[in-house]
Design a protein around this ligand. Sequence first.
Ligand SMILES: CC(C)(COP(=O)(O)OP(=O)(O)OC[C@H]1O[C@@H](n2cnc3c(N)ncnc32)[C@H](O)[C@@H]1OP(=O)(O)O)[C@@H](O)C(=O)NCCC(=O)NCCS
Length: 150
Amino acid sequence: MSYIIMKIKKISSIETYTVRHEVLRKGKPIETCQFKGDDDENTSHFGCYFDDKLVGIISIFKEKNNLFSESNQFQIRGMAVLEAFQGKGFGAQLVKKAENHCINLNADLIWFNARENAVPFYKKLDYKIIGDSFLIPNVGIHFVMYKKIH
Ligand SMILES: CC(C)(COP(=O)(O)OP(=O)(O)OC[C@H]1O[C@@H](n2cnc3c(N)ncnc32)[C@H](O)[C@@H]1OP(=O)(O)O)[C@@H](O)C(=O)NCCC(=O)NCCS
């Protein structure tokens, strides 16, 4: 019998760079992999490991969006799974890990700017779109998506 060895653990911001670069900032300078607030005390990063290889990442920032009235809001950023490992459930597990982390911090709401291509993925995880699409220069069309936690 064979077992798939997958585990998710907390990682540093710098550890996210290999996957951020490959999936989210391909062909761009490595400096573009650094996000504002990456090392703030309320920011956390999780990595998904498959056979000890980092294959997916997610970051959670304490960040309020004025579209929402809830006070304790968290933003997901830098959600990415290496192409060869997509479609195996790792992305969904990372979002669930981030949700549990936010629940432990008494979050009221999770929101993020979703790339157009990732909207169906987040809808499957019960996130909803609010408002119209908008363009993030050099990245593409996005939608704000959210889930109320309480
Ligand atoms: C979007 C992304 C994070 C999803 O991660 P993943 O590991 O491939 O997703 P999962 O395998 O966990 O998929 C969970 C479910 O969503 C579905 N899904 C995933 N990506 C999808 C997509 N682009 N369109 C439609 N459905 C999708 C899967 O089929 C699966 O459905 P199921 O539960 O019925 O089997 C990953 O594809 C990725 O890194 N894409 C490129 C970068 C990106 O767009 N990041 C998001 C920035 S906002």
